[in-house]
Ligand binder design. Structure first.
Ligand SMILES: NC(=O)c1ccc[n+]([C@@H]2O[C@H](COP(=O)([O-])OP(=O)(O)OC[C@H]3O[C@@H](n4cnc5c(N)ncnc54)[C@H](OP(=O)(O)O)[C@@H]3O)[C@@H](O)[C@H]2O)c1
Length: 336
């Protein structure tokens, strides 16, 4: 018997103005029509809360998404219904929504041609976190400095999802990581993940860093914090080294001494994965995603989930995502 689908009322986490993230979000209902010709209904399953999502709600992110809008930039859904004339998709297949479509929602009807398949054989949590943080780590390790086996890389915010990806990808590729954290509780954990050295940031960092790497040069440093932490990285970089800034978690301007810049001729660069995906040949991007998925399937690349929340608890979820000291991502989990 043919199922008659009349549309459905579906939850979404929306913001109607920019402001403090946990204050501006609200849980609303949106009416989802049945998929028309050429369209597919996606049932969202998991969507992380990233710092960039919070910046979007504040109105400070690189690509503004004007309110009213649904929050969230990354996530995994499954094909739940296929409209007439759509080929190449199957029910239950894992997909991601088109760029710019909020992911913190239960359902979305999209042109099938604008959906992107996600690799097979991943858990929902893995698929939901595949396309932003691991590629950021991958590209920063690949694109700025020609690293040789055994070379050292330094990074701050090493406990972040990107930082954990840097540690695991570097280990897989034969590079060594010197990791800066602001909390001692991460030292043993990141060492167990494969970090070669983990130091808690303090005034004495350059001396301890030199000791930790046994005097080896550090040609690449990755900065997601800014402020004094960026200065520490510039002080431990080798002559001619490159400092790549990709985040500003401390919300402080990058503080760089003139000395390291002059006497070591350092290179200061920036990286934004969104731009990389916009400019990269699609087959290069697809090949990287497949390599990352293979590492995840093999258990060599893991991003922990701190806690899963239903969409209805959006404010609590966002409050936890903003709190420091989390072990992993806060994730929205939609009902199956
Ligand atoms: N440019 C790009 O293309 C790109 C792509 C992805 C991510 N990012 C950026 O990368 C950064 C990390 O993202 P993520 O998703 O990996 O983050 P995450 O998993 O949510 O982790 C956040 C990290 O930031 C640290 N942190 C928070 N506030 C801080 C402060 N005031 N000073 C120093 N450290 C602080 C936390 O340290 P504790 O564990 O000690 O609390 C934690 O390690 C963010 O800035 C994000 O916007 C950039």
């Amino acid at each position: 018997m043919e199922q008659i689908f009349t549309g459905l009322s579906s939850l979404a986490v929306v913001y109607r103005r920019y402001g403090a993230p946990s204050e501006v979000v609200e849980v609303a209902r949106e009416e989802i029509p049945p998929p028309g010709p050429g369209e597919a209904l996606v049932a969202m399953r998991r969507a992380p809360i990233h710092p960039a999502d919070l910046n979007t709600l504040e109105g400070t992110y690189g690509i503004p998404r004007e309110p009213p809008a649904v929050g969230g930039g990354e996530g995994v859904g499954v094909i739940a219904k296929i409209g007439d004339g759509v080929e190449g998709w199957r029910l239950g297949q894992m997909v991601r929504l088109p760029p710019g479509v909020g992911t913190w929602r239960e359902h979305f009807v999209a042109k099938a041609s604008r959906l992107r398949p996600l690799p097979e054989g991943l858990t929902l949590d893995q698929a939901a976190g595949l396309t932003v943080n691991p590629p950021t780590a991958w590209r920063m390790l690949e694109d700025f400095v020609s690293l040789l086996p055994g070379d050292w890389i330094a990074q701050n915010a090493a406990n972040s999802a990107v930082g954990r990806c840097v540690i695991q990808i570097a280990r897989h590729r034969g590079w060594k990581t010197l990791n800066l954290v602001r909390r001692p509780e991460w030292v043993a954990e990141l060492e167990a993940l494969g970090a070669d050295a983990v130091l808690v940031e303090d005034e004495d960092l350059p001396r301890r860093a030199r000791e930790a790497v046994g005097g080896s040069p550090i040609p690449l440093a990755l900065n997601a914090v800014g402020g004094e932490s960026a200065r520490s990285l510039s002080r431990i970089l080798a002559s001619g080294g490159t400092l790549v800034t990709y985040g500003g978690m401390s919300r402080r301007p990058i503080s760089l001494g003139a000395g390291p810049m002059i006497f070591k001729d350092l290179r200061y660069r920036g990286f934004w994965v969104t731009r990389w995906f916009q400019e990269a040949p699609p087959e290069k991007a697809a090949a990287m995603i497949e390599e990352i998925a293979a590492l995840m399937r093999a258990g060599k690349l893991e991003i922990p989930v701190a806690r899963r929340f239903p969409l209805g608890e959006a404010r609590a979820a966002i409050a936890l995502a903003q709190a420091g000291g989390r072990r992993g991502k806060v994730m929205f989990a939609m009902e199956a």
